[in-house]
Ligand binder design. Structure first.
Ligand code: 13P
Length: 251
């Protein structure tokens, strides 16, 4: 049985104090609740250790939002997989469309990041998704296929089994325009089909595929009801404890 996950990507938001309040509220509200999914919080780097302390007590998982493609040394401003492992971070987002767009990250760089994480037993949450133009020109399947082929499919079966995939259509991120339930299911089924072709049915059946892009407390239930949608990677709605908790309870 594959794992259901709801992950909150806080992006570049919150002061330390606000972040601590958010993580402590979420931990408190979910205390003793039998969630049907794993709950992952992805705060900015400086708050990871603080968030981890809450996580230890509450069963939350903590993820970084990025990792360096380099392993160590003179790379000012970078954070390595080794550093994340040393504070027991369990997951890390890789290849978010904002990293691809604003920081020019390529599939080749993302493949290195994935490799570094797996060497340190950190699970990558690997993001794929098409631009609006690409959907309008009907090349969205091709785009996602290429992102998977060049960023992930270099992994062997054991390595790939540690990966979470997140489908985030770029036109749905932060826009309030979510993919329809049918669009999400169609792409998730396609991604699972590609994984089946590459790694076989058992691996594909066990791969968690998250949806991201204007997922909120109102539409999460419908999106998560699709057979190939195993949860969400939530941006804006993860910054408000009440909304995020509603999403977590949408299974
Ligand atoms: P929004 O939920 O704000 O659209 O962001 C989605 C996202 O980018 C999560 O990684």
């Amino acid at each position: 049985m594959r794992k259901k996950i709801v992950a909150g990507n806080w992006k570049m938001n919150k002061t330390f104090q606000d972040a601590e309040e958010l993580v402590s509220t979420i931990a408190e509200e979910l205390d003793g609740v039998d969630t049907k999914c794993e709950v992952v919080l992805c705060p900015p780097f400086p708050y990871l250790e603080m968030a981890s302390d809450y996580a230890d007590e509450s069963g939350l998982q903590i993820a970084a939002q990025n990792v360096s493609e380099y392993t160590q040394g003179a790379y000012t401003g970078e954070v390595s997989a080794d550093m994340l492992a040393s504070i027991e971070i369990g997951y890390c987002i890789v290849g978010h469309s904002e990293r691809r767009k604003y920081f020019g990250e390529t599939n080749a760089q993302l493949a290195l990041k994935v490799e570094n994480l797996l060497e340190h037993a950190i699970k990558p949450i690997f993001c794929v998704g098409e631009l609006l133009d690409e959907r309008n020109s009907n090349s969205h399947f091709e785009v996602v296929k290429q992102q998977l082929s060049e960023g992930l499919f270099q992994l062997n079966e054991d390595e790939f089994s540690e990966v979470v995939v997140a489908y985030e259509p770029v036109w749905a991120i932060g826009t309030g325009v979510t993919a329809t339930s049918a669009q999400a299911q169609e792409m998730h089924a396609y991604i699972r089909q590609l994984i089946t072709e590459k790694y076989g049915k058992t691996v594909a059946d066990n791969t968690t595929i998250l949806y991201g892009g204007s997922c909120n407390a109102k539409n999460a239930k419908e999106l998560f009801a699709n057979p190939d949608v195993d949860g969400g990677l939530i941006g804006g709605a993860s910054l408000v404890a009440e909304d995020f908790i509603k999403i977590v309870k949408s299974f």
